[in-house]
Design a protein around this ligand. Structure first.
Ligand SMILES: Nc1ncnc2c1ncn2[C@@H]1O[C@H](COP(=O)(O)OP(=O)(O)OP(=O)(O)O)[C@@H](O)[C@H]1O
Ligand SMILES: [Mg+2]
Length: 254
């Protein structure tokens, strides 16, 4: 379980730019095995929040406990082990354009010093998981957006992380491709028991795959809870807008 207690993040002032309080006293818990959605308007602090969870950003104050472990107290050796518990997926894929699909997926394994024979077996497994066995030798420029995101997901899972942090993973994709990526994420959660935290601005993404969610508004938590409860009884107009509650969403699509 991830327990966030009164987390505040201030980006310090630089030159003419004033300091920005990107997160203000955020408290939240995310259960192991969950698919947890984070929604909010642009600039609300969503990316900052997930970057604090895997310590890509250092919190200014507050605590983050992962399975009871206070992550601010990790030494550098523990921090490396801690980071390998997380995989990250981004809207723009962040693939290495000069490397093939197989080399992209193998990259974290190379960094971890896995021997080539073992690595090749793992890459084959991951290619099969994301349905790209026939693209091992292709370069990212030769792939569609959905295929690139599959490579990025396979790479994020290479080291068997417990948590997959996804920052707008479907925002650059059309609706059918979004559906196929969401169904892949759902499978990964169910079959590999990977907990997923997903930032999105698409109401249908939250409503299709998340069980719990939080709404961020201007660096604070506006509301959080089971998606079904917020769909039924949200007290906030912003939540209702972000969940697009006036629109009928076909929940049976995946
Ligand atoms: N590295 C940084 N240095 C200074 N300020 C930053 C930095 N990163 C983000 N911010 C500021 O912190 C606030 C929250 O940014 P963040 O990227 O977390 O928002 P977001 O909810 O992910 O927005 P979006 O939906 O547009 O991706 C914004 O005001 C942003 O300008
Ligand atoms: Mg963001």
């Amino acid at each position: 379980m991830i327990e966030i207690r009164e987390l505040t993040k201030v980006y310090p002032a630089t030159g003419a730019n004033p300091a920005v309080k990107a997160l203000d006293q955020i408290s939240l818990h995310i259960e192991t095995g969950d698919i947890f959605g984070i929604i909010g308007l642009s600039g609300a602090g969503k990316s900052t929040l997930i970057r604090c969870i895997n310590l890509l950003e250092k919190p200014t104050s507050g605590e983050i406990l992962v399975d009871g472990l206070d992550i601010s107290r990790l030494n550098s050796r523990q921090l490396r082990a801690f980071r390998s518990r997380f995989g990250m997926v981004f809207q723009d894929y962040n693939l290495y354009m000069q490397r093939t699909v197989a080399q992209n997926i193998a990259f974290p394994l190379v960094i971890n010093g896995m021997p080539a024979a073992e690595r090749n077996i793992r890459v084959e497994e991951l290619l099969a998981l994301v349905g790209l066995q026939d693209k091992a030798a292709a370069y990212p420029a030769q792939l569609s957006g959905g295929q690139k995101q599959r490579v990025s997901i396979a790479r994020a899972l290479a080291t068997h992380p417990e948590f997959l942090l996804c920052d707008e993973p479907t925002s650059a994709l059309d609706s059918l491709t979004t559906t196929s990526i969401l169904s892949l994420l759902k499978d990964i959660n169910a079959k590999l028991n990977v907990s997923i935290i997903i930032i999105t601005h698409e109401p249908s993404v939250v409503r299709r795959i998340c069980s719990n969610m939080a709404v961020l508004s201007e660096n604070r938590i506006l509301e959080h809870g089971p998606v079904a409860d917020l769909v039924q009884n949200s007290k906030s107009e912003l939540t209702r807008q972000l969940l697009n509650l006036s629109e009928v969403v076909d929940d049976t699509i995946i």
